[in-house]
Design a protein around this ligand. Structure first.
Ligand code: BGC
Length: 278
């Protein structure tokens, strides 16, 4: 987005004066979320894995070029010490935190009878335990800081990246589907626990989005054709389709949303195979 588009986004979403941390922000959906939040005025922490330092630096540069502030921080979201250090660094650098986007996620496909414990554990660690650790540190900071009238109506906002597979079973991806089912109840339990403290916790459930994670699902003409059979809206999603929903959930425009999942999936979760059948 250019400076003019960012000025409009700042007016509409009003995130100036707020600090956001996006996990897994060096590529794909996380990158799009970081750019959208930065453009809307938030200072952004770009969490990434050590091996993605170059990509993360590029995301920071794009935010700064559009007039925003950002810094990159390498940490594995399932490593408690690294997560705690990342939140400490965020507060040291930007003063506090208002928005957490729990985005980091991985897939590790296998026939269930062949799935190793390490495949199971890794996916649960990153997709679910990572959200636990990052949300806990975010909530601690939100509670400590309290209200900041004029900055945001809520004392803190968490957006969890779920998936249509929190709802749709996924053969050969049992670890992934189980992690996303867990995300749903983690998110709703946190919303229930912290609503009285004015902390909002919501989720976005993307369908098939064009990112490096699922390249095999769209990378060839044949794969794309198969994929589009599952998408009634007949196009693959783009990272920015998800970022716009996240931006809205992070802003005061959605102040009465708490404990909800927004499906952003071109109607993939509307059971397309039943159209004219069943
Ligand atoms: C997965 C993608 C998949 C999509 C729809 C997402 O949660 O990460 O790999 O294409 O769900 O099945």
């Amino acid at each position: 987005m250019n400076a003019k588009q960012c000025a409009i986004s700042k007016d509409v979403f009003g995130l100036s004066g707020q600090v956001a941390l996006v996990t897994g922000a060096s590529s794909g959906i996380g990158r799009a979320c970081a750019l959208a939040l930065g453009c809307a005025g938030a200072k952004v922490v770009i969490n990434h894995l050590a091996e993605s330092s170059k990509d993360a630096a590029e995301v920071c540069r794009e935010i700064e070029d559009a007039g925003g502030s950002a810094f990159a921080y390498a940490a594995g979201v399932s490593n408690e010490d690294q997560v705690v250090a990342m939140f400490t660094a965020t507060v040291a650098r930007f003063g506090t935190l208002h928005i957490l986007v729990n985005n980091a996620g991985i897939e590790s496909s296998a026939k269930f009878q062949e799935m190793t414990l390490s495949q199971w554990q890794k996916v649960i660690d990153v997709n679910l335990t990572g959200m636990f650790l990052c949300s806990r540190e975010a909530v601690r900071e939100f509670l400590k800081r309290g209200a900041q009238p004029g900055v945001s109506r809520a004392n803190g906002k968490i957006v969890c990246m779920s998936s249509v597979h929190q709802e749709i079973p996924w053969a050969f991806e049992a670890n992934y589907a189980a992690s996303k089912g867990g995300v749903d109840l983690l998110m709703r339990s946190l919303a229930q626990e912290f609503a009285p403290q004015k902390i909002r916790v919501n989720a976005v459930a993307p369908g098939a989005i064009r990112t490096p994670v699922n390249r095999s699902a769209w990378g060839t003409e044949e794969a794309m054709k198969k994929l589009l059979d599952l998408i009634p809206y007949k196009r693959i999603g783009e990272p920015d389709d998800i970022a716009q929903a996240v931006l809205w959930l992070a802003s005061d425009l959605s102040d009465y949303m708490n404990g909800a999942t927004m499906f952003v999936d071109g109607a993939m979760s509307a059971y397309p195979a039943f159209r004219g059948a069943g």
